[in-house]
Design a binder for this molecule. Sequence first.
Ligand SMILES: *Cc1c(COP(=O)(O)O)cnc(C)c1O
Length: 243
Amino acid sequence: MEEYEESIRKNLDGVRARMKAAAVASGRDPAQILLLAATKTVPVEQINFAARECGLTDIGENKVQELLAKYDGYDKERLRIHFIGRLQRNKVKYIIDKVCLIHSLDSFELAAEIDRQAKKHGIVMDTLVEINAGKEKNKGGIPIEELPAFLEKIRPFDGIRVKGLMTVAPNCETPEEYLRYFQEIYEKFLDIWKEKPHNREGYSLSMGMSDSFEQAIACGSSLIRVGSAIFGRRDYGAAAPRT
Ligand SMILES: *Cc1c(COP(=O)(O)O)cnc(C)c1O
């Protein structure tokens, strides 16, 4: 495992260097971009190693069951936990008091349940609306054209604070394709948040993964979700990660 931890350290350094270069190249302040490590299938010991030894501050899980199984073990003094996967309504109650941001709000029913559970806990839950601009059927998210109406519809839910947008890009063949995809989302994001000037400060645009974070940063991403570039390619069906 020591070898695995050394590779995590090296990979994190590499990702941070590439983030910084991508930010500088597009005239952005690198400090404005948050690195979230996508930790599916990564054992909690290695997650905590990255927090303790490499300054990792934010992680994202995409399965409720896995998050709950690891929850007691996370170094919660050092880590903020995000939920980045598809969220079923009946599972909101398990994570509402454990995560700082839900990235995958994509239906009215889910919003209603998050609102209900948040009020039960006396909190306001930060969320991102997930956009499926590639209109892929097996993926979560709402079509980008429906965003204004969706935001309007969920506005009465004061147990929810919408902080921005999240997207999982379709698999693209070239950097240019990613750029086109992310640019479209960014323009929409600006349109919407222009009308919410009170909320410009804490806004968040969660886009970019291992194979696309540099393009996402060039297109205004404020939060990238990186898994395999840090933890190695993993077989998501297996119990332990391969390095
Ligand atoms: C796994 C995952 C990521 C990270 O993907 P990589 O390609 O491994 O960097 C980002 N976002 C979500 C929602 C994920 O499930």
